[in-house]
Structures are given as C-alpha cells and as structure tokens.
Design a protein around this ligand. Structure first.
Ligand code: TPP
Ligand code: MG
Length: 318
C-alpha cells in the first residue's frame, strides 16, 4: 500500500459511511422502500477487500452498497437504485439488495442468504474452463456458513481446485441472533479447514484486510485452489433499518464502536502516511458533495415505466 491508495481508501470509506447515512435518512422520508441493510462499521472490510481484489469477478451479499461503490459503480446510480428509479444500476428493479454491473464484473447483491455462493462456484468453474488468469471472490456473512449451499460449494471448489476466494464477514450476528446460538465456535473458518487453506484478519483494519485479500488472491491465481478468508467485524446499526438493534446492550455497542474503522484508518493516515488535517478535510468534503449530488440525482430521476415489469423476466428468443 502507498499513500495514494491509502487516501483513496479513506475517501471510499468516508463516502461509504456518508452514503449509508443518507440512504437511511431517505428511507425514513419514504424515498427508499423495501429492505435496507447498512454497512456502517464494516467499511474497512468492504473497501479493503474490493480494492485488493481489483481483477476478477465479485459476488456479494445484500449488505453491498459500499462494496459496489468501491468497485466503481457510480454513487448516484446506486442511490437511484435504492430509490427504485430508472437511472439506478439495475434500472430501479433490483433495489438495495440487487446492485448489478457486469461491466465491472460485480454481480450483486443477493437477497437469499448464501444463495450467491454456488453462483460464484459456477463462475470460477467457467473461468477455469476459459483459461482465465483471474479468480472470483464471493463475500457472505457468518450466518450464511450454516446453510447447505455453503458446504456444497466448499466441496466442489476444493475438489476442482477452483480459483475462488471465499470471504466471510463475521459480525457475529445473523439478524438478531448471536453466533453462540447458531454455531459451535466463533471462528467460521473452522468449517472450511478440511477443504482449503484459511486465513483470518481483523476486519476493522483496512490495510490488514487489503493485504490479506491480496495474499489470498495470489494463492488462487497461482493455482493453489480455493482459499477461505475470515474477517472479524462489527455492524454498528440494526440488521436492516427496520431493526431497532434492541438485542445488543449499550456496553456491547460501546465496545463495538470503540473499534470504528474510520477513526482507526484516519489515525493511520495522519501518523503513518503523514497526511495533514487539511488534506483529510478535503477528502471528507469531496465525499459529502458526492453523496449530496447522488441524492439530488436520485430524487430527480424518473420511475421505470410499467412495460419494464416484463423486461428481463424470460430469456429473449434468439
Ligand atoms: C435462505 C434464506 N434464509 C433466511 C433469510 C432471512 N435472513 C435475511 S438476512 C439473515 C441473516 C444472515 O446473517 P449473515 O449471513 O451473518 O449476514 P449479515 O446480515 O450479518 O451481514 C437471514 C436469516 C434469507 N434472506 N434467506
Ligand atoms: Mg452476520
């Protein structure tokens, strides 16, 4: 990592946090409907992983706004998607959980917990057949590792030595249920150990995530087969904006927020990368302007027309 990249990552993390607060505000105003899962607290993981895995295909879970933006999707087109507008990345028909941009090799967002993991396996299988040098990364939560599709995917990926990076965002919660009620151990990497190499990282530290994903990416691209990375993280809000988060104590939240990835990374920039307060202020302002413009763009965009309901439902006849 160098100073330029560190600044870019700080910009994306700040942009992500501000974007999420704006999305929440607009949900409260009734401009955004359906489910809205915020990434606040997990930005080091989203940005660090996406920036590290530049080449190749990415399949993400439904908590993916910040990942999509870090991947290069326009914040205004992402916001318009949340508003259900025609200028949204998925034409306003996907919403928060289905941000999709094939030109950036970013395939969602999936509302089905763990449902995208087999899709990523299929993509990695195809990339192998095509003789591609790039790998595939699939990002999912700790809760998703309890599903059958996850284990089947580990099995197929390991058997065929697929170039697939499994990235588990372990925030220790599946909606309101703590991991201690759903798994026999906190470290979900233990489930993957019989199948593949596993790495673990502090998901609240952007640089550590970046370096670990780079290491894993090199392994999968060098033909070592799949690799499982587990990043421990903390979500600061409820599961979705309609969740009051009442199952977590004030003390637990205080402990969680003490690890704020933005505070930590800002300190790194000031002390290690010798950025000035002024430079960082400029970055923060740029992020705020981008978010303000995204909201105006989304507000002024049109609704999709009724005929759009029938598009992309069936394969076109050839
Ligand atoms: C197959 C399936 N089962 C249940 C749900 C309901 N559901 C939505 S999110 C969620 C929790 C998933 O937790 P985790 O994988 O840890 O992701 P996180 O929300 O913590 O990022 C559940 C059970 C669903 N969407 N899909
Ligand atoms: Mg979770």
């Amino acid at each position: 990592m160098n100073k330029l990249l560190a600044e870019e990552m700080y910009y994306l993390m700040t942009l992500g946090r501000k974007f999420e607060y704006a999305a929440k505000e607009n949900y409260m105003k009734g401009n955004v409907s359906g489910f809205l899962h915020l990434d606040i607290g997990q930005e080091a993981l989203s940005v660090g992983a996406i920036k590290a895995f530049e080449k190749g295909d990415v399949f993400a879970t439904y908590r993916e706004h910040v990942m999509a933006i870090a991947r290069g999707l326009e914040p205004k087109a992402v916001m318009a998607e949340l508003f259900g507008k025609v200028n949204g990345v998925s034409g306003g028909k996907g919403g928060s959980m289905h941000l999709f941009e094939p030109s950036r090799f970013f395939y969602g967002g999936d509302a089905i917990v763990g449902g995208h993991i087999p899709n990523a396996v299929g993509c990695a299988y195809a990339r192998n057949l095509q003789g591609s040098e790039d790998g595939v990364m699939v990002i999912f939560g700790d809760g998703a590792t309890n599903g059958g599709a996850f284990f089947e995917s580990l099995n197929i990926a390991a058997t065929h030595k697929l170039p697939l990076l499994f990235l588990c965002e372990n925030n220790e919660y599946a909606i309101g249920t703590n991991i201690k009620y759903t798994a026999p151990f906190r470290e979900q990497a233990k489930k993957a150990e019989p199948y593949m190499m596993t790495l673990s990282v502090d998901g609240m530290k952007a640089e550590a995530v970046y370096e670990t994903i780079k290491e894993a990416q090199k392994l999968i691209e060098d033909g070592h087969g799949p690799v499982f990375v587990e990043a421990f993280t903390c979500r600061f809000e409820g599961h979705s904006v309609s969740d009051s988060n009442s199952y977590r104590s004030t003390q637990e939240m205080k402990h969680c927020k003490a690890k704020d990835p933005l505070v930590h990374f800002k300190k790194e920039l000031l002390e290690r990368w010798m950025c000035s307060d002024k430079e960082l202020e400029k970055i923060e302002k740029k992020a705020q302007t981008m978010v303000d413009e995204a909201v105006v763009f989304a507000e002024n965009s049109e609704e999709p027309n009724a005929a759009a309901l029938f598009e992309h439902v069936f394969t076109e006849e050839v």
